[in-house]
Each structure stands twice: as C-alpha cells, then as structure tokens.
Write a protein that binds this ligand. Structure first.
Ligand code: ADP
Ligand code: GLC
Length: 479
C-alpha cells in the first residue's frame, strides 16, 4: 500500500481560516478511502489540543536542539490518522494560527513553520525514528515549502508534490531571519529559496517538488504569466511541464443541502421550493425585511482586496437600489468592515453584515440566498462558489482562476442548451459587476428559467473522488 504524508497548516474541522482547511480536511481522507496509507501532519495548535480527546503519543523527537512530540488523533468524523506536532511554538499559542488579534503576523512565524517543515522532512526521509516512512510527501502552501527543499539533503528522498493554494502568500522573511533559522547556506540562492533578497518559503516547494499542482487549471495558466505569477512566473514557466492544475473538490457530506444540520429546512432538487424557508428564517434572524419577493444576495468570505471588495463598494448604493437584499458574513480589513457596517446601518431592511467567523451562518447563507456574490480579483480555486452551486444559489463571479473553471454564465445560448449555472463577468470594473447583478435579478423574476439554472447548478459533480485519482496518478508519475 502506498504511504502518503500530507502536510498542511490547517485542516477542517480541527482548525480553519480558509479554503486550505477544507481541502486538507477532505482530500487526504478520500485518498485513504481509495486505498492509500495516509498520515495528515498538522501543528498541534493550542486550540486543536483543547478540541480533541486525549491523543496517543507517536514519538519524541529532537530537531535542531528543540524537543517536540508527535501526537496522534483521528480527524473528527473520519478514519484519517492525524499527527500533531506538539511544541510550545504552536501548543502554547491561543487564537489564529498566523496572526495576533490585531491582525499582525506572529513575529516567530518563520521559526514556527520552519519547524513544521523540518519535522515533515525528517519523517519523510526516515530520520524521525518512526517505523513509518512515506513514499510520497505532499505539502501545501508556503508554510510547508522548506520541507520539500530539505528532503533534497537526504539520499532517501520520497516523491514530492507541492500544491499552491495561493501565491499571494509567499512566506517572505529577511536575511537575518534566514540566518537565525539555520537553514542550509546554499538555500540562499536565486535557484533555491532566495527571492529579491528575501527568503521565500514557498520557493522551497516551487523549486524542489517533483510535481507542482495548483487548485484549478486556469490558475495554473495565470501564474505562468504576469501579474498572476506575482514575480514567480519565470520560475513557474521553467517548471511548466511539472505544473498541473487540478480543480478542488468539496466535502459533499459537510456541504449537502439534503442533510445539512445547520439549516432551518433541508432540501433537494426535488424539494427546491423548501429553500425559501431558509431565506425567511435568515431574514428574521438578521432583522431584514421579510421579503419573499426580492432576491437575496449572499457573500461569505475574507473581507480582503482579493475577494473583490473594491468592485462592490463603489456600487453598493446601486446594488441595494436594484431591489435586492444583501447579507455579508466575513472578517478582514477594518476599512472594508467599517464601510459595509455603515451601509447596513443606513439600510437595515435591505442589508445585514455579520463581522464574524461563523460556520453555521455560512451554511445558512448558502442555503438562504438566491445569488452568491464572489467577484474576486484573483481566485486560485474558490470553494464558496462550489458550495453555492450545490445549494442552488447561483454564483455571480468574475472570470478568473477557479471561478472561470466552475461557473457557466447565463446567456441566451447557455440558457437554451441548459448549461448555464450562474453569472460571469470579465473586467474588474464595478459597472460590469452591477450590470451582471442586474442581469441576475432580471432572470430571478423569471422563476421558470431560474429554476432550470438552479437544477443545472445542483447537478454539477464537484466530489473529490475523480480528482483524488488525478493526485494518485501524480504520486506515481515518472520524475
Ligand atoms: P479562501 O481560502 O481564499 O478564503 P475559499 O472560497 O477557497 O477562499 O474558502 C473559504 C472557506 O472559508 C469556505 O469554506 C468559507 O465558507 C469559509 N469562510 C470564509 N469566511 C468565513 C466566515 N466569516 N465564516 C465562516 N466561514 C467562512
Ligand atoms: C486559497 C485560495 C482559494 C482556494 C483555497 C483552497 O485560499 O485563495 O481560491 O479555494 O486556497 O485551495
């Protein structure tokens, strides 16, 4: 049986700040179900240790003079053996994995994720004193990039795969930090981790992995060019034949309107009329006017520039004037939070904003809304539009990255041939967003056509099973 070590900085439901957790919390379990011998390696954040039952001890380790323990638990709701790296850098730190309550990165993030990377590399190269050694090491995003580079110091190197969930975070640290970490001196080179006189953790994965994957085919193309490559396009072009775009799947048990425990009323394509009960419940909960005759627009996500706030805010007044109600759930940059809150205060019947991280409310918005707004500037894959499709909540997206790969615009032709699943616009222009929303609203009033598009959206298959096979092929592809 092939052995896989899958390493990430977050995994649902133990610890989640975004889509990476959704992927790390579902893909490894599907790979296990398909016959691989999988271990998921995560930091034992304080929050994680508090959330689980007593873990088993796998091993004591010493890495660069640091004493640590590997603990074992199961990812809740699965049979996936999950190893937790316990060290005070993680385990004595409450709150967000990456930043303090003010939003500033933890000052020792380089040390923390270098430690995660070293432990992953030690396990992967058989230097951790364990009787389990993987054939494949699969790392994700900048937090684990150095692990892939470090395996190259060993002669017993496993196959390596590195998945880019976003190039926007590169794990950049200055020279003094690089020196403090004690990484091999030759890593400070343009052909290794150095990036414009800084140390870039993500380059460890991009330079050294046998295969690089990104989370959608279109994003794989975008990052080989400017501006999507964010300065790494040259390197990615060089490695193009080792770069593969594999669209993310979704956990179809967690995100299933027929069984979702968070919903006021569960529904299926056959009982789609019941979706309206979720809308009424949400309107009541959030203090919106109880309007069944107006489309409800939902937005769930990080309130940051990437998610297209600069396209929404200039036309927010017009959006509300077009007769829709708007619900926003998210946290992020204070300037966006403040502007959204002010707009909601001025239009209490039509707009509600929850500045929170709230799993239950995210599910209830997906079920209640008619239209899901996701006009991202860039989007490596995006999961919310996939959840929206499954919930019959038509996504309105910009044609970038995974959004372009997963949503089919409603136009006369796609409506006629039954392939329409949402609304898509091209240019990052608030006026285009507004015009597209007005198109969506007009279609909503044609309930027969709307229902047809909803059914087409709900019939899309975004389950992991097929996509997991693509990863399994890479794990054995020639290098
Ligand atoms: P990204 O990873 O770039 O933030 P994705 O669309 O891939 O974007 O994934 C975001 C995930 O985080 C989704 O599962 C979404 O429901 C969840 N999420 C984002 N913000 C919130 C929030 N404020 N409350 C609850 N869930 C949230
Ligand atoms: C990143 C990307 C998002 C993607 C997620 C999971 O957070 O921003 O587009 O869906 O990773 O791969």
């Amino acid at each position: 049986m092939e052995r896989l070590l899958f390493v990430a900085s977050e995994a649902y439901p133990l610890i989640k700040t975004g889509g990476l957790a959704d992927v790390a919390g579902s893909l490894p379990e599907v790979l296990r179900q398909q016959g691989m011998d999988v271990r998921l390696l995560l930091p034992a954040y304080q929050h994680v240790l508090e959330a689980i039952g007593p873990p088993a001890l796998v091993a004591h380790m010493e890495v660069e003079g640091m004493q640590l323990r590997i603990l074992s638990t199961y990812l809740p709701g699965t049979k996936l053996e999950t190893w937790l790296l316990e060290h005070p850098l993680f385990s004595h730190r409450p709150g967000n994995p990456y930043h303090d309550p003010q939003g500033n990165p933890w000052p020792d993030n380089a040390d923390r994720f270098a430690l995660l990377s070293r432990v992953a590399a030690a396990i992967a190269t058989g230097q951790a004193g364990l009787d389990w050694r993987p054939d494949v090491l699969h790392c994700n995003d900048w937090h684990t990039g150095p692990a892939i580079a470090l395996t190259h110091l060993s002669e017993r190197r496993p196959r390596t795969v590195f998945t880019v969930h976003s190039l926007a975070h590169m794990g950049l640290f200055d020279r003094a930090t690089f020196d403090r970490l004690g990484l091999p001196a030759h890593f400070w080179s343009d052909s290794a981790l150095e990036f414009y006189n800084q140390c870039s953790f993500i380059k460890g994965g991009l330079v050294y992995a046998d295969y690089i994957t990104t989370v959608s085919p279109t994003y794989a193309l975008e990052i080989c060019d400017s501006p999507g490559g964010m300065g790494l396009e040259g390197l990615l072009r060089q490695r193009r034949e080792r770069l593969v775009g594999i669209l993310n799947g979704i956990d179809s048990q967690v995100w299933n309107p027929a069984t979702d425990p968070f919903l006021e009323q569960r529904y299926t394509p056959q009982s789609l009329q019941d979706k309206a009960l979720n809308k009424a419940a949400l309107q009541a909960t959030l203090g919106l006017a109880p309007a069944a005759d107006r489309p409800l627009v939902g937005l769930v996500g990080r309130l940051v520039e990437q998610k297209g706030l600069e396209l929404i805010l200039p036309v927010l007044g017009e959006i509300l004037a077009s007769g829709v109600q708007l619900v926003v759930l998210g946290t992020g940059e204070h300037r966006y939070e403040r502007q959204l809150q002010a707009a909601a205060a001025a239009h209490p019947d039509a707009m509600a904003v929850a500045l929170a991280y709230d799993e239950s409310l995210a599910h209830r918005i997906e079920a209640a809304a008619d239209i899901f707004l996701m006009p991202s500037l860039f989007e490596p894959c995006g999961l919310n539009q996939l959840y929206s499709l499954r919930y019959g909540t038509l996504p309105l997206v910009r044609a970038v990255g995974g959004l372009a790969d997963t949503v089919v615009d409603s136009n006369p032709q796609t409506l006629a041939d039954g392939t329409a699943t949402g609304f898509v616009f091209e240019r990052p222009d608030p006026a285009e967003l507004l015009a597209t929303l007005q198109r969506a609203v007009a279609l909503w009033y044609d309930q027969r056509q709307w229902r047809q598009v909803q059914l087409a959206a709900m019939a899309q298959d975004f389950s992991w099973q097929r996509r997991a096979n693509r990863y399994m092929q890479l794990y054995t592809a020639p290098v």
